[in-house]
Design a protein around this ligand. Structure first.
Ligand SMILES: Nc1ncnc2c1ncn2[C@@H]1O[C@H](COP(=O)(O)OP(=O)(O)OP(=O)(O)O)[C@@H](O)[C@H]1O
Length: 365
């Protein structure tokens, strides 16, 4: 097991800066996720940890050891790729045994280790099957077994589930977590899927444009995003433009541009992110925090609107309310029967509870 320490890592490809001045400390045994949209630098960072790329600037350490320019085969990392990268015409055994043969272990030990890991990924009955005759999910299990069998210090997973259908993805998420907890390997997982990141990770680093925007546990990132990019990328949110007006002990007041109105936000560090005077500000409120009612609502931050669309998804009901021609607010409620479904076209009251608003700066690129 290893600690992975990235110190001021930058990677440039010609004019493109794929990763910029990245500092990260990934703890021993942690399940750590790099999350972000396509092209934000996740894979490049993973490849610098694997040794497939060397940083243009900065240092990669495993524990105290400087690994910056150590070749991949000397890092003891196991890697699983999106496209599996298996040898299709070899058997499951030959694929999984590959890394052990390279390490020149004896035939008996190789057999023992391969059988053991195939049991762990529940593929032992397929040991002599050619890989091309396996399903996508089974091939991904072979790829996992091949990465784990060498007993890596660090397991690196690059979008390993993106070629699988939704049900298999769910199953494999659980499988990966089970294996990671059993082997207690420091694991770094790359994905652009926020649900995957939230459900699997101990901590998440959210990337945009080659810059790590925020590092935190899933609940920290969801409840206390540091800017509008993070708020919007993780989960659903309603974002509106605001300007600071004044404050009391209990509230901060802002001018809400789109609604030409004042808005009150609870005066608490959980509600107000750090920002500079020159930053443009936005308020974020999650759909599950927005109250919608056909009856007038008491208290601050109440606006009138018209129900535009009601979406029923089984467990939840999403109500979209038009406050102005350009402002449509989403409110999500648990399905509690017909009373939860408002009629499209009806006039309603919308409330943004002051304790559920988060004030955040616009991301600086
Ligand atoms: N070998 C390369 N040569 C030139 N540019 C590259 C190379 N690899 C990556 N880039 C560029 O670096 C940036 C970051 O790419 P990277 O693959 O790390 O992003 P990503 O977040 O993993 O995206 P994806 O989810 O699409 O794989 C992109 O602009 C990409 O085009």
């Amino acid at each position: 097991m290893s600690i992975v320490h990235l110190e001021a890592i930058t990677k440039r490809f010609g004019d493109v800066t794929a990763v910029k001045e990245l500092d990260l400390l990934i703890k021993e045994g942690e399940f750590f996720t790099f999350l972000g949209p396509s092209g934000c630098g996740k894979t490049t960072t993973l490849r610098m940890i694997a040794g497939f790329y060397y940083p243009t600037e900065g240092i990669v350490r495993f524990n105290e050891r400087n690994m910056t320019t150590v070749s991949p085969e000397n890092r003891n990392t196991g890697m699983v790729f999106q496209n599996y990268a298996l040898f299709p015409h070899m058997t499951v055994f030959e694929n999984v045994a590959f890394g052990l043969k390279v390490r020149k272990l004896s035939k008996d030990i190789i057999k023992e280790k391969v059988v053991e890991v195939l049991k762990k990924v529940r593929l032992d009955q397929y040991i002599d099957r050619q890989v091309s005759q396996l399903s996508g999910g089974q091939q991904q299990r072979v790829a996992l077994a091949r990465a784990i069998v060498i007993e890596p210090d660090i397991l690196l997973l690059d979008e390993p589930l993106s070629n699988l259908d939704a049900r298999l993805r769910d199953e494999m998420r659980t499988e990966i977590l089970r294996l990671q907890q059993e082997y207690k390997i420091t694991t770094i997982y790359v994905t652009h899927d926020q649900v995957e990141a939230l459900t699997m990770s101990d901590r998440i680093a959210v990337f945009s444009h080659g810059v790590c925007q925020q590092v935190g546990t899933p609940t920290e990132i969801y409840n206390e995003p540091i800017n509008d990019f993070v708020a919007e990328f993780i989960g659903e949110t309603n974002l509106l433009n605001i300007d600071y007006l004044s404050q009391t002990t209990d509230f901060h007041s802002y001018q809400l541009h789109e609604l030409d109105s004042k808005i009150e936000v609870k005066n608490d560090s959980a509600n107000i992110a750090a920002y500079d005077k020159t930053d443009k500000l936005r308020m974020s409120i999650r759909p599950e925090a927005v109250i919608v009612s056909e009856q007038p609502l008491e208290g601050v931050n109440v606006f009138k609107g018209i129900v535009k669309t009601v979406q029923f998804t089984g467990a939840a009901v999403h109500t979209y309310v038009e406050l102005t021609e350009t402002v449509v607010i989403e409110s999500t409620n648990l399905n509690k029967g017909p009373a939860t479904y408002l009629n499209e076209g009806n006039e309603v009251y919308v409330q943004f509870p002051a304790e559920h608003i988060r004030v955040i700066p616009e991301m600086n690129i």
